[in-house]
Ligand binder design. Structure first.
Ligand SMILES: *[C@@H]1O[C@H](CO)[C@@H](O)[C@H](O)[C@H]1NC(C)=O
Ligand SMILES: *[C@@H]1O[C@H](CO)[C@@H](O)[C@H](O)[C@H]1NC(C)=O
Length: 308
């Protein structure tokens, strides 16, 4: 009986493996195999990074250089790397993971890395509904990671349509931010006016959770608009389905600001920055340091958007 059970599960394993590597399989079927169901929710969009090599330019656009055209220098955060669209800095690995790798030029000491945005910019929670944006991400342990700043986040489409301008009123959801190789993730919103305003810019309104490095964890933001009263609408951040932070309409207080932050369509971003105000503040000194190890970035197994 034991033998029979073992044989059965082995058969299942082989079926799964051959399905995974069958290139004729449709993207929808791949997503169904890899991305979890969320009971009551419809899978609106997903990317499973299942084709090793270059990142799909029909789904993703690269931000390159050190700013948006005519945007603030160093991407407005003080980060010091130059973003490239080189396969060295960002690619889909043989294991089917989006891989973003900061690298240092050994002669000049300068850093490169990558930042990508979804071409799709219509991710939106309908009135009365809910939306979940979730990704399965591995942040590596080890090395000297002072200055490494990995992020999974989203910005309002109005920002993009406005020539990458109008932040923070156009809204920002930081779903996962982790710096300096630490065991903490941050979930934050940015909104309203700069400096100060209802989101206390440049800080934003954030919460933290402990994470384990070297393994994949699920990072999710859920938007809940099921209340008729906008002040009771809220954003909820979780790691592996455990909620650790919420922000409601009551917290923001101003309907115009809340509407820009929660009712408008957004696009998603993944990036690994080097240095800047945030990792510097956490380290208590300027980062990266001469000891910072190149090559420690982020892996993403899949990213999905669900609506209800
Ligand atoms: C993170 O946790 C690991 C494992 O417990 C530990 O070795 C490491 O020192 C921690 N890192 C920091 C920055 O606290
Ligand atoms: C809400 O914010 C908008 C945009 O900053 C501002 O014009 C408006 O005066 C604010 N409303 C209130 C009631 O403070």
């Amino acid at each position: 009986m034991r033998f029979f059970t073992a044989f059965l599960s082995l058969t299942c394993l082989f079926t799964t493996i051959s399905a995974r590597y069958d290139l004729s399989i449709s993207n929808e079927r791949r997503a169904a195999l890899e991305v979890p169901q969320r009971p009551g929710f419809t899978l609106t969009w997903s990317e499973t990074f299942s084709k090793p090599g270059a990142i799909s330019s029909s789904e993703w656009q690269f931000d390159v250089g050190t700013s948006y055209p005519e945007g603030p220098p160093n991407w407005g955060t003080g980060e010091i790397q130059t973003y490239t669209n080189s396969l060295k800095n960002a690619y889909i690995s043989q294991n089917e993971h989006l891989t973003i790798v900061p690298l240092q030029n050994p002669k000049t000491g300068t850093w490169t890395s990558a930042r990508i945005e979804t071409v799709e910019d219509s991710f939106k929670c309908q009135p009365g509904g809910q939306m979940i944006i979730e990704a399965k991400i591995l942040l590596p342990g080890g090395g000297m990671q002072e200055g490494v700043w990995a992020a999974f986040w989203a910005m309002g489409r109005k920002f993009r349509r406005n020539g990458n301008d109008g932040w923070p009123m156009t809204g920002e959801w930081d779903i996962m931010e982790a710096v300096n190789g630490g065991n903490t993730t941050l979930g934050t919103v940015h909104c309203g006016s700069f400096p100060g305003g209802p989101c206390d810019e440049p800080n934003g309104i954030g919460g933290t959770a402990n994470i384990v490095r070297g393994v994949f964890n699920n990072y999710a933001l859920r938007i809940d608009r099921t209340s008729q009263n906008w002040r009771k609408e809220y954003l909820s951040w979780s790691v592996n389905d455990v909620e650790y932070h919420t922000v409601s309409g009551y917290d923001i207080g101003n309907y115009t600001t809340w509407s820009n932050l929660v009712h408008e369509p957004f696009f998603l971003l993944f990036n690994v920055a080097m240095g800047g105000g945030f990792p510097n503040a956490w380290a208590g000194h300027v980062t990266p340091t001469p000891k910072t190890t190149p090559g420690y970035g982020m892996l993403v197994d899949w990213v999905a958007v669900y609506n209800k």
